[in-house]
Design a protein around this ligand. Sequence first.
Ligand SMILES: CC(C)(COP(=O)(O)OP(=O)(O)OC[C@H]1O[C@@H](n2cnc3c(N)ncnc32)[C@H](O)[C@@H]1OP(=O)(O)O)[C@@H](O)C(=O)NCCC(=O)NCCS
Length: 184
Amino acid sequence: MLIKTERLLLREFVAEDWRAVYAYQNDPRYLEFYEWEHRREQDVKSFVQRFIEQQQEAPRLKYQLAIVLPNSNKVIGNIGIRKREVKAYHAELGYELDPREWHNGYATEAATAMLKFAFEELHLHRVMARVNANNHNSIRLLEKLGMRQEGRLREEEFFKGRYWDTLVYAILEEEWRWRIANSG
Ligand SMILES: CC(C)(COP(=O)(O)OP(=O)(O)OC[C@H]1O[C@@H](n2cnc3c(N)ncnc32)[C@H](O)[C@@H]1OP(=O)(O)O)[C@@H](O)C(=O)NCCC(=O)NCCS
């Protein structure tokens, strides 16, 4: 599977991509809202391998794609849509970017394309995302996509010595279509 956007390529992961992922997953800015303190080579290889295995699912439930800058062929993150079961009419959106590439609008561009794929190709009715309530960059992104906060799971996670709230965001197909029809 391949999606082209104005500035990005969203493509299937290959094993060798672990090096690019490893290069950013130990950045403290990246690690802030994950339970991990540190990422070892083997952790990152398994992380990438999971996405490669998802490509073999038949029928496929999960599409976690590498975000690539086409000119340099550099992997700068990943974005995906994950269904829990074949018949599901809803799915979860998840993403991450190399911190050196933050604040360029790349996550917005990739997520916009992934929502289009979810509603137009997978014919989903609802896409949701879970986000740490302190992760303001990610919350801003979800709101830019037109996703609405539906709930707050108080102190749902515990890591790095404290509890963290999780926010649940979602968008329905009709809301997404309305935005497309009324944008620009
Ligand atoms: C969440 C995450 C992907 C957001 O990345 P991001 O780069 O801030 O997101 P965007 O692509 O939406 O970029 C928005 C910024 O780009 C700027 N920008 C620059 N050029 C732009 C363009 N052409 N188009 C749109 N925005 C542009 C915007 O003004 C905005 O700036 P601001 O952050 O200073 O307000 C990133 O913080 C991340 O990877 N975090 C770690 C992993 C993580 O938390 N994942 C999510 C788990 S729920």
